[in-house]
Design a protein around this ligand. Structure first.
Ligand code: SAM
Length: 278
């Protein structure tokens, strides 16, 4: 095996999803960098691999400190494998800072790809996969969660988030307020016995999960916004209606949000209508 640091994906539920190459690299590596040594030792035991080598923790809170000593091992000629508790390292898991430093110092990095919950969830969802944006874990605090949803709601891609079962109803309630009737898919227990992917509006999914309290890990996906045919929007009529109900600035803001049209253009048109009526 060539010298360097190997990024090794591990299963996210079904042990048989480990690749032959991942098994080979884990067996031959001189040391293993992992989040939780107990979890990775258990994986070695389930895979029938010898765990007679150093298992070194590399977690979010100590990655910065650990990075250099891990890199020094590779510089000494050792091969190192980086794994997460499950799935692909670096994807909402530690490793980014370590890999960045490896590259800065000319240390060879290899990837041994495999399971990744983002990709498997998208495949199950039936939502468009030509463009998607993975936005990591959904914040637990109400304001941060709704700020994130509002920031992303007009982006023309399928949105993908990591979430956990105990928070899903609260998250869907916030999603209902921001994404309205857009289709949402929740994939859970991927590659496990009770793998499922349920689709519906946020309201429909809240009803589903209140009736069937979910367990386990999940991925939440939101369909892209409906394409707006800007040619067909009657901005004039929309502005006249809103100007009758609210101040000019608010009317402009709402029309821009609703149509995605240029703010300065909408503002100029609103001023023109207002001046006509003076
Ligand atoms: N790096 C891992 C990956 O990309 O596969 C993900 C690690 S992240 C700390 C854990 C999150 O991934 C979970 O909270 C869940 O959102 C998602 N996840 C992991 N395994 C899953 C599974 N079997 N089914 C559904 N979601 C899963």
């Amino acid at each position: 095996m060539k010298n360097g640091l190997y990024i090794v994906a591990t299963p996210i539920g079904n042990l048989a999803d480990i690749s032959a190459r991942a098994k080979e690299v884990l067996a031959e590596a001189d040391a293993i960098a992992c989040e939780d040594t107990r979890v990775t030792r258990k994986l070695f035991s389930l895979l029938g691999l010898s765990a007679a080598k150093p298992f070194i923790t590399c977690q979010d809170h100590n990655e910065e400190q650990q990075a250099q000593s891990l890199i020094d091992l590779v510089k000494e000629g050792k091969t190192l494998a980086l794994v997460s508790d499950a799935g692909s390292p670096l994807i909402s898991d530690p490793g980014y800072k370590l890999i960045r430093r490896c590259r800065e110092q000319g240390v060879k990095v290899w990837t041994v790809p495999g399971c990744c919950a983002v990709i498997s969830a998208l495949q199950l969802s039936g939502l468009p996969t030509n463009r998607f944006m993975f936005a990591g874990f959904i914040p637990n605090k109400d304001k941060a969660r709704s700020d994130l949803f509002n920031e992303l709601k007009n982006i023309n891609t399928t949105l993908v988030f990591y979430e956990t079962a105990p928070r899903i109803v609260k998250t869907l309630t916030a999603a209902a307020g921001v994404f309205g009737n857009r289709e949402i898919a929740v994939a859970r227990e991927i590659t496990k016995l009770y793998e499922e992917c349920v689709n519906g509006t946020a309201e429909e999914l809240i009803a589903h999960f209140e009736e069937n309290p979910p367990k386990g890990e999940m991925v939440l996906m939101v369909a892209p916004p409906e394409e707006i045919d800007r040619e067909k929007i009657d901005t004039d009529a929309l502005l006249r209606e809103k100007l009758g109900l609210m101040p000019l600035k608010t009317a402009v803001k709402e029309v821009v949000e609703q149509t995605g049209l240029n703010k300065n253009d909408v503002y100029a048109q609103a001023l023109k209508i207002k001046n006509e009526n003076l």
